[in-house]
Design a protein around this ligand. Structure first.
Ligand code: ATP
Ligand code: MG
Length: 379
């Protein structure tokens, strides 16, 4: 007897394919309560190069707007694209926005200085940073950093590699405007005036807030004297006494005695430490209120390092100095105030863990991570 024929198998059907998830696509930013706060787009100012255009800033596309012909930097192509991020952070919606119209100036025009609304009698400069966040290509690298850098003091920014010290420093003179995909929120006030305000051009900001980079970068084709005066040419400033200015700046940078008999030699003929002091002298020539220094001694020998540190202590009487350093002894030697940056969890943005007088930060910090870092237990 034949067994009953089993029913034929159902036709083959492939298992359902789950929807493809693009794991490489950037996650949408979380909806934050302040997301709806309107942010007017920034008014694009005519863009000038930094006073030191040879900085290690990546090249960017030519400007869509023709620069003003009267400006000496008119032919320089880079254009910043700094726009407020979609999740721009405004905890207090009534707080002045980085992108907001600046308050009307109260001083008479003749009382106002050549730069923005900052008066010349307010030197050296005071920098107040409020809730500064920074993104690169939508990736947040700094989270709401607030810090005041007092007039006439040296503030050291310390922390492990990648925690955002250079990013913070560069935001203090609008350096990221030349970086595509860079966005920021928050405020940077120089003597109470928003450096990102519509009446402050990047060039004006960089005249007030100079920058010295990690690697000495004198103009190779220029003499020592011309290197000192180079910033004047780029900014359109003039001096009646170029020789006097060269001597003054080189003296203040602690280099005069070593180069006074060779001012016409190439800047490249100097040693690394001398080149770095030449770059400091070049920054001083435009009389900045603030000098930013990103690991200025990291490529130098101990003796050159000490000379630069002495120069910093001399300069800080009339220039506010902000220095990034990995050298804890240097931070203790040169700084009055210290701010400790940290990325708490990999992939998160850097934050300021704590800041305060350098002595307290090293001897009795309030956060145990600060103590561990300054004692070399990590980073
Ligand atoms: N131009 C840029 N484009 C994209 N990401 C950037 C850019 N500049 C900095 N970053 C990122 O921002 C973060 C902070 O970098 P930053 O250079 O500020 O760190 P740092 O604390 O100065 O580190 P280090 O001590 O090594 O110099 C890093 O994750 C870095 O990759
Ligand atoms: Mg750095």
């Amino acid at each position: 007897m034949n067994a009953p024929t089993p029913p034929p198998p159902p036709p083959y059907a492939p298992p359902p394919v789950p929807p493809v998830v693009d794991l490489t696509a950037p996650a949408a930013p979380p909806v934050e309560p302040w997301a709806e706060v309107p942010h007017p787009p920034p008014v694009a100012p005519p863009i000038a190069p930094p006073v030191e255009p040879w900085a290690d800033v990546p090249p960017v596309a030519p400007p869509p707007v023709a620069p003003t012909p009267a400006e000496p930097w008119a032919e320089v192509p880079p254009v910043p694209v700094v726009t407020p991020p979609a999740e721009a952070q405004v905890d207090d919606p009534t707080a002045p926005s980085l992108w907001a119209e600046p308050a009307a100036a109260t001083e008479a025009p003749e009382e106002r200085a050549r730069v923005g609304g900052i008066r010349d009698d307010q030197l050296p400069g005071r920098l107040d940073v409020h809730q500064l966040s920074q993104w690169f290509n939508k990736r947040k690298v700094l989270e709401r950093c607030s810090l005041s850098m007092e007039p006439g003091e040296v503030t050291a920014l310390i922390g492990p590699s990648g925690c955002g010290k250079s990013t913070f420093l560069r935001a203090l003179n609008r350096m990221h405007e030349l970086v595509p995909g860079a966005e920021l929120s928050g405020q940077v006030l120089l003597n109470g005036v928003d450096i990102y305000g519509v009446d402050m051009s990047p060039t004006e900001v960089r005249l007030r807030i100079g920058m010295v980079f990690q690697k000495p970068n004198p103009f190779p084709a220029m003499s020592i004297a011309d290197n000192v005066l180079a910033g004047l040419g780029l900014s359109g400033s003039k001096t009646d006494d170029p020789e006097g200015l060269v001597e003054q700046c080189l003296r203040r940078a602690g280099l005069w005695a070593e180069v006074k008999d060779r001012l016409n030699e190439s800047g490249m003929s100097l040693s690394g430490g001398q080149q770095q002091r030449l770059c400091i002298a070049r920054s001083l020539a435009v009389h900045p209120d603030v000098l930013l220094m990103d690991e200025p001694c990291s490529a130098l020998d101990p003796i050159s390092t000490r000379v630069i540190e002495e120069t910093i202590r001399e300069l800080c009487h009339d220039i506010t100095i902000v220095i990034v350093t990995h050298n804890m002894q240097q931070a203790q030697r040169v700084s009055d105030q210290c701010a400790f940056f940290l990325v708490e969890t990999l992939g998160e943005p850097g934050r300021i863990v704590e800041n305060g007088p350098t002595e307290r930060m090293f001897d009795n910090p309030s956060d145990p991570r600060t103590l561990d870092y300054v004692n070399g237990r990590f980073g």
